[in-house]
Design a protein around this ligand. Structure first.
Ligand SMILES: *Cc1c(COP(=O)(O)O)cnc(C)c1O
Length: 410
């Protein structure tokens, strides 16, 4: 008889986005004429930059002739892309990351989940609350937790609340943890971390022999020069941190799929036998065995992000979404809603008016303003009473959404 991975049965069955979909569909069915605007799921809306499209077309033509055709590529990614990343994202900003420490992949979601393959099962794991659900669910699947309580908190994980009360800056864990997930600029709160905050974490990791899994999927949205774009801007981070980055939100690759993970060669962890083991080597082994690389055409497209034209186009794309975020933030503040994030980040995190619960506010906004957002409680217990709006939409929709919220608050 076949057994299953029973850890999957502990998962709170796809609670968030399916539930949103269910409520929206029911509303649309009952109100077929309502023009519903969705500021919910964090997916981009604008097309790929022209420089990327051009590079992909060219790469596809190469695939059409025997002389330039490419079969399997390196599992770690093509040198041309790893070199471009090392130069533009790191060296040019004074950060030391070598090209061979960069692993190209088909997504940061996949990598933040897959990374558990190379870590042990007895680590104590800390996440912020609210949190990007992938970090939690992949640990549940791997059997690193007990079951969930009524608020959706899993036994065995350490939750670090981030709310207006602590200025969205988590306290260090009160018990020593082994692995810490950090995501800055943050999804869902849109909050960024200062150098001091990140230094506190790097020092903590060094002191406690812990590692930091640093998700920088939204780093391109940082316009403030004082805010670190990479964890490796912090002294000592190369010894304790893995960094995940993605072309998804930066360059519109959500449907195209390309990302990368940095595992510094200086990052080692002790084996049970007491030997220093290189996580770079383990990840390389894991990727070579379970992954066959990202398509050549897509990697050529990603490389074009670093061309002069590509950089300019990506900058415009990011500015477009940041302006949406500004319109949302300022439009909501104007009518007295408490708003966080939305600067250096494409998400606006708001305190629900009138002490409404996250889902109550969701229903209210849908029924009265025909707007869809994401209930904060869906990202964790500490997100209750908060609500996320995404800046990934057309200007027209964002302006209309702001008008509707303002009218609703009158
Ligand atoms: C969108 C997002 C990613 C990117 O995931 P991909 O698989 O690269 O598309 C990673 N982390 C967070 C927190 C995100 O919101």
């Amino acid at each position: 008889m076949t057994a299953i991975n029973e850890n999957f049965l502990k998962l709170k069955a796809g609670y968030l986005f399916p539930e949103i979909g269910r409520r929206v569909n029911a509303f649309v069915e009952a109100n077929p004429k309502a023009k519903v605007i969705k500021l919910g799921i964090g997916d981009v809306t604008e097309p790929l930059p022209p420089a990327v499209i051009e590079a992909m077309h060219k790469a596809l033509d190469e695939m059409a002739s025997r002389e330039t055709f490419k079969g399997y590529g390196p599992e770690q990614g093509y040198g041309f892309l790893r070199d471009a990343i090392a130069k533009h994202d790191y060296a040019d900003r004074g950060v030391k990351v070598n090209a061979d420490e960069i692993f190209i992949s088909d997504g940061s979601k996949c990598d933040t989940g897959n990374i558990l393959d190379i870590l042990g099962n007895d680590n104590l794991i800390a996440v912020l609350d609210p949190v990007y659900p992938v970090y939690v669910d992949t640990n549940v699947m791997a059997g690193h937790t007990g079951s969930a309580d009524s608020q959706g908190r899993y036994q065995g994980l350490v939750y670090l609340p981030v709310t207006a009360e602590n200025d969205f800056t988590p306290e260090l864990p009160s018990e020593p943890v082994d692995v810490i997930y950090l995501c800055y600029p943050n999804n869902p709160t849109g909050v960024v971390a200062t150098k001091e905050t990140l230094k506190k974490w790097v020092d903590y990791a060094i002191e406690n022999k812990a590692i930091i899994l640093y998700d920088a999927a939204y780093e391109a949205f940082i316009t403030d020069s004082d805010i670190p774009r990479s964890i490796y801007e912090i002294e000592g981070a190369r010894d304790v941190a893995i960094e995940f980055r993605s072309f998804s939100k930066t360059a519109g690759f959500t449907g195209t799929r390309c990302a990368f993970t940095v595992v510094p060669k200086t990052l080692t962890v002790k084996s049970s036998a007491g030997n220093d083991v290189s996580l770079h080597q383990l990840w390389n082994r894991r990727q070579s065995t379970k992954f066959n690389g990202v398509s050549y055409v897509i990697q050529k497209g990603a490389e074009a992000v670093y061309s002069e034209a590509g950089q300019q186009q990506v900058k415009e794309l990011v500015s477009f979404y940041l302006e949406n975020a500004r319109l949302l933030r300022e439009g909501l503040e104007k009518v007295g809603i408490e708003v966080y994030g939305g600067v250096n980040a494409p998400y606006v995190w708001l305190k629900t008016p009138d002490e409404l619960g996250s889902w109550e506010f969701f229903d209210h906004l849908l029924e009265k303003a025909h707007l869809v957002g994401t209930p904060g409680s869906g990202f964790g217990a500490a997100g209750e009473g908060y609500f996320r709006l995404s800046a990934f939409n057309s200007r027209e929709n964002v302006e209309e959404a702001v008008k509707r919220i303002q009218k609703l608050m009158e």
